[in-house]
Design a protein around this ligand. Structure first.
Ligand code: GLN
Length: 470
């Protein structure tokens, strides 16, 4: 079937296919493979078929929206009114969204078709989609391997053609890293570019909705539909949204750099390093200046990220108390045991670890030593990163230090898992946009990605450049 919305829309407009045909095609792939891959937690089959019929009529009448017939899946952290929402956690058992998140609403208003809710790491905490209360999602390129995380289900759904695009969330790489592991494009826009209204909070000063697609043009198209001002999110930007998908041509020859410490990193696998250096050489051969820069702060980015995100998470997740949402332990005797038992039984291990870490760094005796210090380091990392953009248009680097690991490879070793986020967290700590695009495969045919980062709100030129890397 079609790999871009443009091709899909041409076929729809010329009546080669109907929205109903498209939905049936994706539903068949879901039926055939979701049992094994576990990308979707819930499939809205009847609803999607009904919507397809309604949109087919709109197409016939010439009143169809910008994304008519675009079949999309959403990560289980996005609110879709009257649909279950669980963040892949037992603590939200039987919870249903009361409203549509802004991004979801804008998809619906543009006549996209939401086909289902996708698996992820519990509350988006993880890098492998193994921390889900509903089992691991498998990578379609090799089903013994993880798809990455935390938006693993959203990546695999696009990879295995169960939908054309997905919305995920990226707090520290959760869209870009699974995109890289599954051979897709994954976009994380500037912090505040897309409203977070209706995105369940993990670490509010880092969280971004992100987009998965096969090609950059579709991430651009979806971004221009869902981004922009929203009265329901006080942090969202008023910066105008341009027609990203119409402007994917570079206007000037860009100046590009890479951070020396990334390609020289000892954790970087040989094959990812080779692919990255190859890409750098290809760019140079095309006459683009690509220079190495030093960024000695690189090693402080990951600790800064994990201190601040766990602190924010411990606060955000305090709302799951057995009173207001979802699961309540049946074995309680009084209010304190209701809180304790509900939270002990409802949350998974990784989420509990992070709540404890976050509570620790925020505790009175350690607040300054950890939380305040990490805030200062965050500021420093921001300033140093912005200095780079005074001289260069883009920073390129690997997305992850290796290809997709085997299922279970990180089990019992959370630190190892955290270390794998080394290249993806900078964009979130700073708040700048970043995009992962495919960069070939290793000898076993496993996808490798490359990442482009740009200055605040430079999505348009970042995507134009990223499109040339594919
Ligand atoms: N792997 C990172 C973490 O566990 C990123 C997660 C994310 O972006 N949601 O925090």
């Amino acid at each position: 079937m079609f790999k871009t919305y443009k091709a899909t829309r041409q076929a729809l407009d010329s009546k080669q296919v109907s929205c109903k045909d498209l939905v049936k095609y994706y539903l068949k792939n879901i039926n055939d493979r979701n049992g094994e891959l576990n990308a979707f937690l819930e499939v809205y089959d009847q609803e999607a078929l009904q919507r397809a019929e309604a949109i087919d009529q709109k197409i016939a009448a010439g009143t169809a929206g910008k994304l008519a017939g675009l079949v999309v899946g959403i990560k289980d952290v996005l609110c879709y009114q009257d649909h279950s929402l669980q963040c892949a956690s037992k603590i939200l058992d039987n919870f249903k969204s009361q409203f549509n998140g802004t991004a979801v609403q804008r998809l619906l208003d543009a006549d996209a078709i939401i086909i289902g809710r996708q698996n992820c790491d519990e509350f988006a905490m993880g890098s492998t989609t193994e921390n889900s209360a509903f089992g691991v999602t498998r990578n379609a390129a090799d089903t013994n391997r993880v798809p990455g995380g935390s938006s693993g289900g959203s990546a695999v759904a696009v990879q295995a053609e169960m939908c054309l695009a997905s919305l995920g969330s990226d707090t520290g790489g959760s869209v870009r890293q699974p995109a890289a592991f599954c051979g897709l494009v994954g976009l994380k826009p500037t912090y505040s570019r897309i409203s977070r209204y209706g995105l369940v909070a993990y670490a509010s000063s880092f969280d971004c909705i992100g987009i998965f697609a096969h090609h950059v043009e579709d991430t651009a198209l979806l971004l221009e539909v869902i981004a922009g001002y929203d009265e329901f999110d006080s942090t969202v930007s008023k910066e105008p949204v341009t027609a990203y998908s119409q402007n994917l041509q570079l206007k000037h020859t860009p100046k590009v750099c890479y951070i020396k410490e990334t390609v020289e990193n000892e954790g970087l696998s040989e094959e990812v390093k080779k692919a990255t250096l190859q890409k750098i050489n290809d760019l140079k051969a095309k006459g683009i200046a690509v220079e190495a820069v030093d960024f000695p702060l690189l090693k402080y980015i990951l600790p800064t990220y994990y201190i601040l995100t766990t602190a924010e998470a411990s606060t955000n997740l305090s709302r799951y108390d057995g009173v207001r949402y979802g699961y309540r332990s049946p074995n309680t005797t009084d209010l304190v045991s209701l809180y304790k038992k509900t939270r002990s039984e409802g949350f998974g291990e990784e989420v509990k670890r992070r709540i404890m870490l976050g509570t620790f760094v925020l505790s009175a005796s350690y607040y300054d030593a950890y939380f305040t210090k990490a805030q200062r380091v965050r500021r420093l990392i921001k300033e140093k990163t912005q200095e780079i953009f005074k001289q260069y248009d883009f920073i390129i680097m690997p997305v992850a230090p290796s290809v997709a690991p085997k299922i279970g490879e990180f089990s019992g070793n959370p630190l190892e898992m955290y270390l794998a986020d080394i290249f993806s967290v900078q964009a979130n700590v700073v708040g700048i946009p970043a995009i992962a695009v495919p960069n070939g495969t290793d000898q076993q045919g496993l996808p490798i990605g490359i990442q482009v980062m740009a200055d605040y709100f430079q999505e348009e030129k970042m995507m134009a450049f990223a499109a040339t890397l594919m």
